[in-house]
Design a protein around this ligand. Structure first.
Ligand SMILES: O=C[C@H](O)COP(=O)(O)O
Length: 252
């Protein structure tokens, strides 16, 4: 039985005092529950404070991006070594906003995925189609291609522990959610691709999240689907109360 992984992706929001207030508000509320894992993926400047504030709680802290190299002349970049050293446990890789605005490619997604495992970070790998691709009936082929390229060269053990976030681009921040059945259909396809790449046993272990306008009002229906094991949440993860409700939904 897979647990639900509820990950907040704050994107480029909040200042440090707001990040601290959020941590204070949720740290004693989020339950230690085998059915759910709660992760907050925050901007780099907040990571040390959030790691400190959530120590001893079940909440894990993640970054929203990183470079694939360990160090070097890469002005403005943050390495996996730095994240691990801070106590960060997860990293979002290949978010559609990184792919669209910061030239992230399937190749860099794959390099970052390997770098994450080399530094004991769990990658949350994002895949998703545009509205044009959906309308042209290209969703499954596109997602399959993204998944295969992201996971190239991983061991079965590594593949079993990736988190894949299926986020249809047209549903991100738009208020439009894929119907839970449509979202599940793509997540089931991802799992069948994982079976081909590895084995049924490995594929059944992989956490597949849905992301795109998830909120307390629609999360139950999404999590009830057979192949949706959690959510990667932007807007509705910014308020502590709303994030807590999403995590609570994951315990059911
Ligand atoms: O990483 C999160 C996704 O981009 C979803 O964002 P959203 O919940 O604001 O639609």
């Amino acid at each position: 039985m897979r647990k639900n992984v509820i990950a907040a992706n704050w994107k480029m929001n909040k200042v440090l005092s707001e990040a601290n207030q959020f941590a204070d508000a949720v740290v004693d509320k989020v339950p230690a529950d085998d059915n759910v894992e709660a992760i907050v993926c925050a901007p780099f400047p907040f990571l040390p404070a959030l790691v400190e504030k959530t120590k001893g709680s079940p909440i894990k802290i993640g970054a929203q991006n990183m470079h694939f190299e360990e160090n070097g002349a890469f002005t403005g970049e943050v390495s996996p070594v730095m994240l691990r050293d801070l106590g960060v446990t997860h990293v979002v890789i290949g978010h559609s906003e990184r792919r669209a605005y910061f030239a992230e490619t399937d190749e860099t997604v794959n390099k970052k995925t390997h770098a994450a495992f080399n530094h004991v970070l769990t990658p949350i790998i994002c895949v998703g189609e545009t509205l044009e691709q959906r309308e042209a009936n290209e969703t499954k082929d596109h997602i399959e291609n993204q998944v295969r390229k992201a996971l190239e060269g991983l061991t079965d053990e590594q593949t079993a522990s990736v988190i894949i976030a299926y986020e249809p681009i047209w549903a991100i921040g738009t208020g439009k959610t894929a119907s839970s059945e449509d979202a599940n259909e793509v997540c089931t396809h991802i799992r069948s691709v994982l079976k081909e790449i590895t084995s049924e046993d490995v594929a059944e272990k992989v956490i597949i999240q849905y992301g795109g306008s998830v909120k307390p009002a629609n999360v139950d229906e999404l999590l009830a689907q057979s192949d949706i094991d959690g959510a990667l949440v932007g807007g509705a993860s910014l308020e502590a109360e709303s994030f807590f409700k999403l995590v609570e939904a994951g315990t059911k």
